[in-house]
Design a protein around this ligand. Structure first.
Ligand SMILES: Cc1cc2nc3c(=O)[nH]c(=O)nc-3n(C[C@H](O)[C@H](O)[C@H](O)COP(=O)(O)OP(=O)(O)OC[C@H]3O[C@@H](n4cnc5c(N)ncnc54)[C@H](O)[C@@H]3O)c2cc1C
Length: 411
């Protein structure tokens, strides 16, 4: 076994959106020459390239709004300072609900007002102009957040990495098999080819696989990979390309335009969850439920609730079904921060299905913690060690993570 020289002493494991965002943030603060990103496949090969990629600020939790707001700033930097085009479409998000769920919309509008997020109530005609596929009788109230957007997630992650590399970061294709800890401090990492690399800082941004590098350190991460999924309809004239993102909180569903078609997702009542140890490195061909590999049973289950909003679902064909793992946590907080009792180890994970929205904020927060700067949001709620020692692979824990997704109604 050989040890590599310490020419780069900040190692980031994972080239998904979180690893890329941390690298970018460190590089912007002059640490690029110290950073090495280790990705075993290609950048964004994991959950990132599968995302529906809604980038939304409107949420219940003020700290999470701050994380998402930072993502909008990061996107603006990439576009303005690095001339990157990440496919951003600022079409706004329309939240619609029947009278029985008016309080949900009111709470969101009030939260937006206190957080300085633009927001306006629309009458039905104005709402339907932004989403002509919606059935008028399916909703009584509509509130519109004009600044919400969606992006192309592969382009977002690779733009972050390109910008980071232009500022000195290096990126390598390599599989990390172990994070090495000595005397309560991170020593470095071990690679699949047997090499070891010393480091003063290691960031575990290994997505759905992060627990496999963490449990053996006595740091089980409070999250599990839960199936996220969406469908894309056939194209139809009722889906204008500049149509709004639509959130339907009463049925835990969302939709957005996708080049003349509609991309839509429904959070099922009992989402499938995986034991992270069984996830293959390459998600191509991986299915959570071999009995429903094409997602038809799931779509049938959700169709009862969705069809009243989206009647064309009954007649339109489905062109694509896409699924992948998102790390959900029972308390719906992220898993982002410093490891307790292991100096130099940081975790950037636990996205709760919103990692694209949170990426800029997560990158900034981890960057601040590594640099010893004052964090812009309180890192305590997302502390990686907050559950103490427990079994992250137990059936009970996996069920609690799946339940968190079943209850999700935000973007
Ligand atoms: C179907 C679906 C829809 C979604 N829709 C949205 C949405 O609309 N909006 C939103 O904000 N979020 C959405 N998400 C969530 C979002 O995709 C994730 O939160 C985000 O991509 C997580 O990024 P990550 O970097 O943590 O993980 P990943 O993208 O999975 O990156 C982890 C990387 O680590 C690498 N890796 C793992 N282990 C090792 C190792 N040992 N050595 C080296 N490399 C390793 C992997 O190859 C991978 O590239 C969706 C997710 C899915 C699946």
């Amino acid at each position: 076994m050989t040890n590599s020289p310490v020419d780069r002493d900040i190692l980031i494991i994972g080239g998904g959106i979180f690893g890329a965002a941390v690298a970018y943030e460190l590089a912007r603060h002059g640490l690029g020459e110290r950073v090495l990103v280790l990705e075993r496949l290609q950048p964004a090969a994991g959950a990132t390239s599968r995302a529906a990629a809604l980038v939304t600020m409107v949420r219940d939790d003020a700290a999470q709004i701050a994380l998402a707001r930072q993502t909008f700033r990061t996107i603006a930097e990439l576009e303005n300072e690095f001339s990157e085009d990440i496919g951003r479409r600022t079409v706004g998000a329309l939240h619609v609900a029947p009278a029985s769920h008016l309080a949900t919309l009111q709470a969101r509008a009030e939260k937006a007002a206190t957080q300085g997020i633009a927001c306006t109530w629309l009458d039905q005609t104005a709402a339907l102009a932004r989403a002509p596929w919606l059935a008028p009788e399916s909703f009584d109230h509509a509130v519109f957040f004009p600044d919400e957007c969606y992006v192309e997630p592969y382009l977002f992650a690779t733009a972050l990495l390109r910008a980071a590399v232009s500022l000195g970061v290096r990126s390598e294709t390599a599989e990390v098999t172990r994070i090495v800890v000595e005397a309560g401090r991170v020593w470095g990492i071990e690679l699949a080819d047997g090499r070891r690399r010393a480091a003063s800082v290691v960031v575990n941004a290994a997505g759905a696989w992060a627990n496999s590098l963490s449990v053996d350190l006595g740091l089980p991460l409070p999250m599990a990979p839960v199936r996220s999924q969406y469908w894309i309809s056939e194209p139809a004239p009722i889906f204008p390309r500049d149509g709004a993102i639509v959130l339907m909180p009463a049925i835990r569903a969302y939709a957005r335009p996708e080049v003349g078609a509609l991309l839509f997702g429904i959070r099922e009542r009992q989402p499938a969850v995986a034991d992270a140890r069984t996830l293959p490195a390459d998600l191509g061909g991986f299915v959570f439920d071999p009995d429903d590999a094409d997602g038809w049973a799931n779509l049938a289950e959700g169709a009862d609730e969705l069809t009243p909003y989206f009647p064309a679902l009954e007649t339109l064909g489905i062109a694509h079904y896409l699924t992948g793992p998102s790390n959900y946590t029972p308390d719906r907080q992220l898993v982002v921060g410093a490891a307790p009792q292991i100096a130099g180890l940081f975790v950037a994970s636990g996205c709760n299905g919103s990692g694209i929205s949170f990426a800029g904020g997560v990158g900034r927060l981890i960057g601040e913690l590594i640099r010893g700067a004052t964090p812009f949001v309180d890192p305590l709620p997302s502390a990686p060690g907050r559950h103490g020692n427990f079994d992250p692979y137990s059936r009970e824990f996996l069920a609690a993570c799946a339940a968190a997704r079943a209850q999700k109604t935000s973007g």
